[in-house]
Design a protein around this ligand. Structure first.
Ligand SMILES: NC(=O)c1ccc[n+]([C@@H]2O[C@H](COP(=O)([O-])OP(=O)(O)OC[C@H]3O[C@@H](n4cnc5c(N)ncnc54)[C@H](O)[C@@H]3O)[C@@H](O)[C@H]2O)c1
Length: 325
């Protein structure tokens, strides 16, 4: 059993990663400032340490208490639109916060890091499906911060021997299908949470940005990966970097893509709940299609998404949203 420090483990994806590592009988510590995370989503087997990655004393204390062999770093600001308006906040939390974590890893001789990166590092697709060799050219500041952190991690690996698994997620969705993560995300700006808010009548309808994209029905198509599939990939990549000298840089995606209208129609098809929508202007910087295969993750980790079809994505989310507290 090893000590794992999961930073941002009270968040949407983080709480699923914590659950997976607790199920695998690892000794889990969660460090989080609860700015968007929820204490109630942290598995009771994990030890919680409250604090911010922007406060060196608090991070140092977390390292002292948890004595980790591995850090999983998920804490970040993540709204692409907001990042264009608040670059200073995004630099501070994402870049400075990550450097604080790396500094502490060096100080405490922690060997391994698993880092939450994003498909936003790629920018507009030059070809599809996007693989790990695709050019890196973020078109929003959020993507730029993640690209920068990746580079710092790779440099620290060269200079200090830190081993890494950088995981570039596509669109995370779904909830634990056994209902063990009960609190929903606060003010998420992603499609599926917004769809859920319409379903539970916290919003009247959904506005779709643009109906004339070069896709099967004119609305944007995206690759949605179930959070439980993301969580299992974290565990497998943790095992992999422990037992080999190899660093990993992997896309986590499904290779399937669903259009916005398919997601909306899925609510009627799988949940028997039609929802209201209208069309508005396109948003700047939304590519028609964005998807990846995860052939590299499959071959390196022996991982395959199990829960990422639209029916499971929608039903697992709706089961949580309809009972939200
Ligand atoms: N949700 C997605 O579709 C998606 C896609 C690609 C990448 N990611 C990345 O995955 C990670 C997790 O995303 P999420 O969707 O779970 O978001 P989230 O907001 O639910 O989780 C982030 C967690 O970090 C914590 N946090 C934020 N600032 C902190 C600070 N200064 N100190 C300590 N804790 C802090 C929050 O309280 C929260 O618990 C992020 O790094 C995000 O960029 C998410």
């Amino acid at each position: 059993m090893s000590n794992i420090l999961i930073i941002g483990g009270a968040g949407y994806i983080g709480s699923h990663v914590v659950l997976e590592f607790c199920e695998q009988i690892e000794n889990v510590f969660v460090f989080d400032d609860l700015s968007t995370g929820d204490f109630n989503n942290i598995d009771s087997r994990a030890e919680f340490i409250k604090g911010s990655i922007l406060n060196s004393n608090e991070i140092e204390k977390a390292f002292q208490i948890s004595k980790p062999s591995t850090v999983i770093h998920l804490a970040a600001l993540k709204a692409t639109g907001e990042s264009m308006k608040q670059p200073v906040n995004y630099s501070r939390t994402n870049i400075v916060g990550s450097l604080n974590i790396l500094e502490m890893m060096v100080k405490f001789l922690v060997q391994n890091i698993i880092f939450s990166s994003t498909s936003a590092v790629y920018g507009d697709p030059q070809y599809l499906p996007i693989d790990e060799n695709h050019p890196i050219n973020p078109i929003n500041y959020y993507g730029f911060t993640k690209k920068s952190i990746e580079e710092y991690i790779i440099w620290y690996s060269r200079l200090k021997g830190i081993r890494y698994s950088i995981l570039r997620y596509f669109n995370a969705a779904g909830y634990d299908s056994k209902g063990r993560i009960r609190r929903v995300e606060k003010s998420s700006q992603n499609l599926l949470p917004i769809v859920m808010e319409v379903l539970i009548k916290n919003r009247k309808s959904i506005s779709i940005f643009g109906d004339d994209y070069d896709t099967k029905d004119g609305t944007c198509e995206r690759d949605y990966i179930h959070v439980s599939d993301l969580a299992s990939a974290h565990y497998l990549s943790y095992k992999k970097i422990l037992k080999s000298d190899e660093n990993l840089l992997l896309n986590l995606a499904t290779g399937k893509k669903y259009s916005i209208l398919e997601v909306i129609n899925g609510c009627e098809k799988y949940l028997n709940k039609p929802i209201k929508f209208d069309f508005t202007e396109r948003r700047l910087g939304d590519p028609d299609l964005l998807y990846s295969n995860s052939l590299l993750a499959q071959s390196k980790l022996g991982w395959k998404p199990k829960y990422s079809d639209l029916r499971i994505l929608l039903t697992s989310m709706y089961n949580i949203y309809k009972n939200r507290g």
